[in-house]
Design a protein around this ligand. Structure first.
Ligand code: SDX
Length: 377
């Protein structure tokens, strides 16, 4: 295939750049499945541990396999003391996604398999990063808040342990279920910008930690994972249901890009948003924060009606995360804590059947011209 055979497609919209066994994304009909299992069933019936196992091994685990996998995840939760020390040296106001990117790169400095790109080593690294990213997000938050990190609790599952390390309190069942399902809903999503970034990085035969650090950098942007935080700030800017109409009018007049709406692939609806909407309604009601859900629903109706834009995964996860007392600037790190499962699985796929990812560009600059010495410019 040469450059002459293909035309410029901005943003690679609709371009098929890989084969995958991980994610079946039907944008036209708004359907999503991981390795053949519908996202709605996985969110309702499987734990994040089961879904991570599914993405790494291609099958849902049997009981004994899940037990062994859970033991491995639990054993991998500790982060190096040096990393916690590094958190203490970082400026308190640093964006937690910038901290997370540095944390992943730092974990790569001491991981025993860092430079081993074999399938087995990559699976071991995926397990460690899945657990360590959760611990790092929570440890940094505690340090920046002037508190000591909370050590991981061996007896808690992944989602419960995350909430425990974040707050120091053992979470209730409803919060754990909602958070666990959120991690599953964010776990994998085909060739989104951050996953494509990780694939591009490992296609040079670079390693998983380098790729995940790159994926964190891509996810940080407000057009991608950063949208969740932006949605919550929009809901807070509106403040009450009665102000939605005036806000919408002003935003439409100003042609403001409202984060949480629209999607490159889903045009009929993001199936994850529908699931998260139900979870957000229950969590906001139970936590006495129902106004955020009500504002979101009314804004969804107004923007949907005016621009035909669909709410994406980040729209209803925002009031849900807020009702779970997750700090707003940790919404995107939480998305990374789910997406590490998909990033790892895509990295393994790419390493196992690799070809360097190197597209072309259409040159539109000046024509060929003679060099001019500086004395004559
Ligand atoms: C995620 O790819 C994935 O799978 C991502 C993700 C995953 O799980 O990994 O699903 C997670 O990133 C979800 C998306 C989160 N981002 C946002 O919520 C940011 C707001 N959304 C948009 O910026 C936009 O919808 C994108 C970036 C998501 C998709 O953009 P496209 O496909 O490039 O579409 P576009 O920007 O060309 O917009 C098409 C039209 C434009 O109108 P015109 O200028 O042609 O008249 O729709 C309008 C846009 O102005 N539009 C919006 C809008 N999104 C699109 N107008 C106002 N607000 C918006 N949010």
């Amino acid at each position: 295939m040469t450059k002459e055979d293909s035309a410029l497609i901005r943003g690679l919209e609709g371009v098929v750049a890989a084969e995958t066994r991980l994610c079946d994304l039907d944008g036209k009909n708004g359907r999503l499945a991981y390795v053949g299992y519908d996202i709605d069933e996985l969110a309702r019936k499987a734990t994040f541990e089961e879904v991570t196992y599914l993405l790494l091994y291609g099958e849902l685990p049997k009981a004994a396999q899940l037990d062994a996998f859970t033991v491995a995840l639990t054993a991998a939760r500790e982060i190096p003391r040096e990393l916690t020390q590094a958190f203490r040296l970082m400026p308190k106001a640093t964006d937690p996604m910038r901290v997370l990117q540095a944390a992943v790169a730092t974990l790569g400095m001491s991981d025993p398999d860092t430079t081993d790109n074999s399938h087995a080593a990559n699976v071991r690294k995926a397990i460690r990063l899945t657990s360590q990213i959760a611990t790092a997000i929570c440890a940094h938050h505690r340090v920046r808040s002037g508190q000591e990190p909370v050590a991981p609790a061996a007896g808690l599952g992944h989602a419960a342990n995350f909430l425990y390390m974040l707050t120091g309190q053992r979470p209730g069942g409803a919060a754990v279920k909602a958070f666990d399902a959120s991690l599953t809903l964010y776990a994998e999503h085909e060739l989104n910008a951050s996953t494509f970034t990780t694939r591009t990085i490992v296609s040079t035969q670079s390693d998983m930690h380098s790729a995940v650090a790159g994926g964190v950098g891509a996810l940080k942007g407000p057009l991608h994972g950063g949208a969740g935080e932006a949605v919550m700030r929009t809901l807070m800017e509106i403040g009450e249901v009665a102000s939605v109409d005036a806000f919408t009018e002003k935003a439409l007049a100003a042609k403001r890009r409202l984060m949480g709406f629209g999607h490159r692939v889903y045009k009929a609806g993001d199936p994850r948003a529908a699931i998260l909407r139900g979870m957000a309604e229950q969590a906001c009601r139970e936590s006495g924060q129902f106004q955020w859900y009500q504002i979101a629903v009314k804004l969804h109706e107004r923007i949907g009606g005016a621009k035909g834009l669909i709410p994406n995964v980040d729209f209803y996860s925002a009031p849900l995360f807020y009702s779970l007392a997750i700090p707003v600037d940790l919404f995107t790190p939480v998305i990374a804590a789910g997406r590490i499962a998909g990033w790892s699985a895509n990295i393994i796929e790419q390493h196992d059947d690799n070809r360097l990812i190197r597209p072309r560009a259409e040159y539109v600059g000046p024509g060929r011209r003679a060099f001019v010495d500086i004395t004559k410019r």
